[in-house]
Design a protein around this ligand. Structure first.
Ligand SMILES: CC(C)(COP(=O)(O)OP(=O)(O)OC[C@H]1O[C@@H](n2cnc3c(N)ncnc32)[C@H](O)[C@@H]1OP(=O)(O)O)[C@@H](O)C(=O)NCCC(=O)NCCS
Length: 309
């Protein structure tokens, strides 16, 4: 079959699948509105003027009247005119960072490429986002007061999460908060900020030897080579977001709750949580000093129970 035909068929099948999946949620889920979500976000601690880095599961919220756009609207309502919203709009055309680095002919272009991070990031990119960072694997989209500054330096950063990246800038802001809507402590990018800040002093060997330089274009069409150093296969296989590491997810949840840094609440039908950015970073650094990271073995976790000072 010809490639364009294959692509068209795939797209039709995906549309049909999505309609069926949405209908099921509409018929069986609790219905929630933008106004209700905005109230819940405020009750969770999202305040006007905050800068929020969001990780989300749309279907965990119940059936949202107006879909993903209504969730984004609710976040904008809670953040107000002075607030900022950051959304992971990462694009990994080969599935992983490592495989994307090896992908023949790949040139990232923020004007062309979408995201594989879920419905909310997809919708954000198509509508509310005003800025998007230039990065071949970890492009971030943003709206609001700090959107331009947070995203503009990414392709000049020495590493994905390093100095000048959206995360390193985010952590400097008062009112920076990491927000999880219907997700565990697993798929949270913020952990990597400490790794890139500590570099070789990070207490686990997590990077491959080689740093790739991947071509990108910015929104003016100018070309840039952006450094990407993949994680080793062993590191990703033992990390907190790996399906087999529920022990790490439980550990970090308990640890951050006992430290008084993780606020839990309900947003629509979802379990949600929020952790202030600066305190998140400082606590990760403290834990790393005690040998605990998002790659720790069950034995390392057992040797330092959650909440130990
Ligand atoms: C993987 C992940 C996105 C899956 O969550 P999800 O809720 O199943 O998927 P999405 O958020 O993309 O939402 C799509 C689902 O919303 C549902 N949906 C559609 N319309 C809806 C509506 N109006 N209201 C509620 N749900 C709706 C559909 O069931 C759809 O499922 P489908 O993809 O099977 O069609 C989520 O678990 C996750 O990990 N999120 C974090 C991602 C991230 O930030 N990663 C970066 C750090 S590593």
């Amino acid at each position: 079959m010809l490639d364009p035909l294959k692509r068209a068929l795939k797209s039709v099948l995906e549309t049909v699948r999505r309609r069926g999946s949405e209908r099921r949620i509409r018929e069986t889920g609790r219905h929630v509105t933008r106004a209700e979500l905005a109230r819940d976000l405020a009750a969770l601690g999202i305040a006007p003027g905050d800068t929020v880095f969001l990780h989300s599961s749309l279907k965990s919220l119940g059936y949202v009247e107006g879909g993903a756009a209504a969730v984004i609207g609710a976040l904008q309502d809670a953040l107000g005119a002075q607030g900022t919203l950051l959304v992971p709009t990462y694009y990994l055309p080969a599935g992983t960072v490592r495989a994307t680095c090896e992908l023949e002919g790949y040139v990232f272009d923020p004007r062309v490429h979408g995201t594989n991070m879920g419905r909310l990031p997809e919708t954000f990119l198509a509508g509310a986002a005003t800025h998007r960072s230039v990065h071949p694997t970890h492009s971030v989209a943003a709206w609001g007061r700090h959107a331009a500054w947070l995203t503009e330096g990414h392709h000049h950063a020495p590493s994905i999460f390093g100095a000048g990246s959206p995360w390193q800038r985010f952590v400097e802001l008062d009112g920076a908060k990491v927000l999880g809507l219907g997700i565990s402590m697993g798929p949270v990018t913020f952990y990597h900020v400490l790794e890139d800040a500590l570099g070789e002093a990070f207490p686990a060997a997590i990077w491959e030897q080689r740093t790739y330089r991947l071509p990108c274009r910015d929104r003016h069409g100018q070309s840039w080579d952006v450094p990407v150093r993949p994680f080793t296969a062993a590191a990703t296989a033992n990390r907190i977001d790996h399906p087999g590491r529920g022990d790490l997810r439980d550990y970090f949840q308990r640890e951050f709750e006992l430290a008084g840094l993780k606020t839990n609440g309900a947003v629509g039908a979802a379990q949600a949580w929020v952790i202030p950015g600066r305190a998140f970073f400082d606590h990760l650094e403290r834990l790393a000093g005690q040998g605990i990271t998002i790659y720790s073995s069950p034995e390392q976790l057992a040797a330092r129970p959650p909440g130990r000072s």
